[in-house]
Design a protein around this ligand. Structure first.
Ligand code: NDP
Length: 491
């Protein structure tokens, strides 16, 4: 019998349930089942899968209350936050189901002069089985960014949720099963890091990982053993940029939501703010005033709950302690804001740029506000991070905001709000640098879970017969003349 893992409610430590820790044999068996399910699933075609997936999204939408309660119990987040992530996940399921055929269906491409006797088409084939490893902070929205798009592309999925949120993972697979498909197209295997590693080693076609950069490196190393490709959605240290002419109230309001929502445990949460010196004091005052009103607690009426992961609060405290010792100013809260697993909002200014509070992902309700001379300095500071996931920009002029957005070395920018991209299913999501590579969501997210299959069909003999070992001198002469004519000049 396999060992068990215990899932607990972070709000009171109570035991919610126990789940098996799948070992390598169980993971292999799940992947074998998935491989045969994948054949059935691929045979459904885009239209058939669309119907299954729309049924699935409807079932999730109908069960949203039950699912949200489970998310709250396993993560400690308030019910409304949990419902919000269910809504987002359903949007993505809907979009991927409706658009997979359009994006991945076989289509003709221009042949160019050299291939003018050919018909050329490109289609996209599923990998077969995709392994998905997910984190605990958004246990539905985050893995669904891979699961929905992988399924829509025609793959079967074996999902390994975080050991902190196994119940949510199981709910997602059981809900699919309840639609009574004849094959286990979506399976959840519960377990720990070793279970995830076994999934990386199993005979999967691709591994979609969401989690920390440190674990992504381990996952890649394990996947390298079988040359299994990986898409990696990792951590971030997202910056917000606030220009002198920005609407400071709006910027402060969004900073509170983006920085403190879900207790700061958001990969694209606002962790650093670079604000123009002319308005830095004014902005910081508005931000701290709003942040001071944020309520931390265990009820659904509170703004956010306890830290989900035991030990995470200590990491936040260490960053705050270290920053204060290095000369930072606490504008709201401080190391004393950490009370067990509950952390009240903390706002620091004047933090030396080499401090972990500025350079490392905090994953807690800490916002660092730094003054800058101008927007050039803001962009340089934002880009100095080893991470490059998301960013937000606040300016008086929307076009100036878009110009700043173009200069930020990240995968996702939102101008005039925060997290705006998460709700737009057509937008690819992912980062650069230590925030990972590859994309989930949107057309790129569908292509991430398929391989291009190129076909040319010869329609008639080529006017110049070059694909022979016995080329005629005349054909070669004409081909070289055409080369010079077409490409020998820049225009
Ligand atoms: P971790 O990196 O700790 O874990 C992620 C997943 O990997 C978990 O399911 C974990 O299992 C599993 N895992 C752990 N060790 C291994 C291993 N050796 N081989 C295979 N799998 C393994 O991340 P967290 O769960 O703590 O999530 C928080 C992180 O996720 C943050 O850095 C956050 O920024 C990032 N994130 C990124 C997002 C994005 O879209 N870019 C979105 C959401 C979060 P177990 O939990 O059972 O140990």
């Amino acid at each position: 019998m396999s060992a068990l893992l215990t899932s607990r409610d972070p709000r009171d430590g109570s035991v919610l349930a126990e789940y098996p820790i799948a070992g390598a044999d169980e993971v292999t068996a799940a992947v074998e089942r998935a491989a045969s399910a994948a054949r059935w699933w691929a045979d459904q075609g885009f239209d058939g899968r669309r119907e299954w997936l729309l049924d699935y999204k409807a079932a999730i939408a109908r069960g949203a209350d039950e699912l949200a309660a489970l998310i709250s119990a396993e993560t400690g987040k308030p019910r409304e936050d949990a419902l919000l992530e269910v809504m987002l996940a359903v949007e993505h399921l809907d979009w991927s189901a409706r658009n997979a055929g359009k994006v991945l269906g076989r289509r003709s491409v221009p042949t160019g002069l050299l291939g003018s006797n050919q018909k050329a088409t490109v289609g996209y084939r599923p990998y077969g089985v995709v392994g998905v490893i997910g984190p605990w902070n958004y246990p539905v929205f985050t893995p669904m960014g891979s699961i929905a798009y992988a399924l829509a592309a025609g793959n079967a999925v074996v999902f390994k949720p975080s050991e902190l949120t196994p119940g949510v993972g199981r709910w997602l697979a059981e809900t699919f099963d309840a639609l009574s498909p004849v094959a286990p197209v979506l399976q959840t295997i519960t377990g720990d890091g070793a279970t995830g590693a076994a999934l990386c080693r199993a005979e999967i076609g691709k591994l979609a990982f969401t989690g920390s950069t440190a674990t992504a490196k381990k996952v890649m190393a394990t996947c390298a053993e079988n040359l299994t490709p990986v898409v990696a959605e990792c951590g971030g240290k997202d910056a917000m940029i606030v220009d002198a002419d920005a609407d400071l109230d709006a910027a402060a309001r969004f900073a509170v939501f983006g920085g403190l929502g879900n207790a700061g445990q958001t990969c694209v949460g606002v962790e650093r703010i670079y604000v123009h010196q002319l308005v830095a004091e004014d902005f910081t005052a508005r931000l701290t005033e709003l942040a001071a009103r944020v309520r931390v607690g265990d009820s659904d009426a509170d703004d956010y709950g306890p830290m989900t992961m035991p030990g995470q609060a200590e990491q936040v405290r260490e960053q705050v302690d270290q920053a204060l010792a290095a000369g930072a100013r606490a504008r709201l809260g401080g190391a004393g804001s950490v009370d067990g697993d509950r952390i009240s909002p903390i706002v620091l200014t004047d933090v030396p740029a080499d401090q972990p509070a500025v350079t490392e992902e905090t994953f807690g309700p800490l916002i660092v506000v730094q003054q800058v001379r101008d927007m050039d300095e803001a962009v340089a500071a934002a880009n100095s991070s080893r991470y490059g996931l998301g960013a937000s920009v606040f300016t008086g002029d929307r076009r100036a905001g878009e110009a700043l957005a173009e200069r930020l070395e990240v995968g996702l920018v939102t101008v005039g709000s925060v997290l705006g991209f998460a709700a737009v299913a057509a937008l690819p999501m992912g980062g650069v640098k230590d925030s990972g590579f590859g994309r989930i969501h949107g057309a790129d997210g569908l292509r991430e879970f398929a391989t291009a299959s190129s076909i040319t069909v010869q329609r008639f003999d080529a006017p110049l017969d070059l694909l022979t070992l016995k080329r005629r001198a005349r054909d070669m002469r004409l081909a070289v003349a055409a080369l010079r004519l077409r490409h020998g000049r820049r225009k």
